[in-house]
Write a protein that binds this ligand. Sequence first.
Ligand code: ADP
Ligand code: MG
Length: 225
Amino acid sequence: MNDVTLKVEGLKKAYNMGKPNEVQVLHDVSLQVAKGEVVALVAPSGAGKSTLLHIAGLLDSPDGGTVAIGGEDMTKLGDRKRTAVRRNDVGFIYQFHHLLPEFSALENIVLPQLANGIAQADAQAHAIDLLTRVGVETRADHRPAALSGGEQQRVAFCRALANRPKLLLADEPTGNLDPGTSDRVFEALMELVRSSGLSALIATHNLELAGRMDRIVRLDAGLIA
Ligand code: ADP
Ligand code: MG
């Protein structure tokens, strides 16, 4: 194992390259997240937080630079291996929960584990443990539509951790919630991350939330300030 869970170096990314509406989002972005470290990615809207997280999570490719997860250069891997790393080692949380509406909270956390070859009983026990840790175990049998916004987001955190990733990437995870709810739901996320020993990169423009993480990294004009 490597002490650096995520290392990105010299990332460049433009949209609509070569066209009149070309926008250079990332100019030269380098950052690291150590094992067990929780880093806040702070920048105003439109600065490239989502772009950076998608590239770090292997959902998009950079125009230049490298992404290493667990010490391994992902830019050198073939598609199949990259997909395997994305599924097994990276958990993603968005502003919106993206839970499957036809399935219960519990099933939403069990299904990704079954897809990964975990036995039903083990998957279920792990899902219940995760739900208990964020305080929504009594809502396990409810579908997402029957849950509050804060509860939906807590379940989405559990789903992101279902396959025991080593890296968590979160894109404004409480951005859709009212301030009071956001505060409590963020606390639940931090406890979940800490008790799992996970490394996390969490985008936010809320400086109060950023202040509760280990370190703040600012993205400004496509560079790390
Ligand atoms: P943030 O998450 O910090 O709000 P984004 O990474 O979403 O910022 O976007 C950074 C910039 O890139 C914005 O100017 C946005 O309009 C632009 N952008 C993002 N995605 C695309 C895309 N698919 N095509 C063109 N421009 C995009
Ligand atoms: Mg964004």
